[in-house]
Design a protein around this ligand. Sequence first.
Ligand code: ZN
Length: 445
Amino acid sequence: MNQHFPNQRFLISGATLADGTHTDLLVDDGRIAETGSGISARGAEQIDAHGLLALPGLVDLHTHLREPGFETSETILTGTRAAAAGGFTAVFAMANTSPVADTAGVVEQVLTLGETAGYATVRPIGAVTRGLAGEQLAELGAMAASRAQVRVFSDDGMCVSDPLLMRRALEYVKAFDGVIAQHAQEPRLTVGAQMNEGTLSGELGLAGWPAVAEESIIARDVLLAEHVGSRLHVCHVSTAGSVDVIRWAKARGITVTAEVTPHHLLLTEDLVAGYDARYKVNPPLRSSEDVQALREALADGTIDIVATDHAPHPAEAKDCEWDAAANGMVGLETALSVVHASVVESGQLNWSDVARVMSHTPAAIGSLSGHGEPIAAGAPAEFTLYDPSATRRISTADLAGKATNSPYLDRTLPGRIVATFHRGHPTVLDGNLVDFQNGTEALGG
Ligand SMILES: [Zn+2]
């Protein structure tokens, strides 16, 4: 029972499910108690969902919540409010905090802060190596055995470039069906890199980040995963060549999964030409050929999921020269709209596919129960109501986290989150974030 809303029931009428069927949903005691048409429930709060799509609560396998240590960028409270605003009910928090999430103590602290905030389930990701230094394995077993039950391990932000450490990490996590999520970036090939390596980087005079620096690490790691019989997950795949390697690995039977970010599905390197640091991200925006390959790979299952790589930064980290600016973009609040614009409008994914790649499969990769289940009687009440016919011009008012480093500001995107339910209670209602202390507050508009 949610401490904020004791004993409240909700009757959602006329929602459209991902498969196109229409239903009412009765939400009671943290579950979807009943589905069907014409449900009556005396005393329940009524929500008219005609024209709205009901999707299972989105699950983000790759979120930077910045706490502990970088609370000027984001906190677990503000980051999970951004998640709720984007239709997410669960996020996996990356380990590159300060202190690094490399011990049972830190991951339990992150778990507790998420529970206290109440806006989404927060599952900590544990670091692969101590302090992300790439020298010694972190306390993988202790983090797995902790109350946080860590199953996903990543040095994200850094690549586990030492092949022996990567092998040992893959071997270690087999004992508890863990997975190593690799930020695939060969460090020596990307020293000083500022954007995608190609004709444009030459014209702009910016140091290039070559596709081979990603592809060579993925190729090595799928072979290591095969050799030790363990699970590998590839973070933010960004090139057509990486897709080819993963497609080959899957055909060979290697247990590899992969994610693509919303921004790599929509944006291209051309945006860098204005030297606007909102478009600076790692891995960098790539060519339109890469974008097409990533969309096709998501459609044919070579890439398994969409993950945001939500990376909040304070304004001063972006309002500076390109070379000095931080890498990263916020993405939770706009992820579903960007997926809608990039692969739903093109006909490559339908809404059932979206539920799979943004909810079911990320929960499965992260061994997260209670999320990602189809909307049906008896399922946990973790879902979002989305208006696919809406359009909105993105402004800072749409951003619910602390940071405003969105590449979509002033861009028009389809769709709008109308409500999000977490543990049977709304975190977003009527398009407004629910403030658990003071009622609702404005979001958007
Ligand atoms: Zn990364």
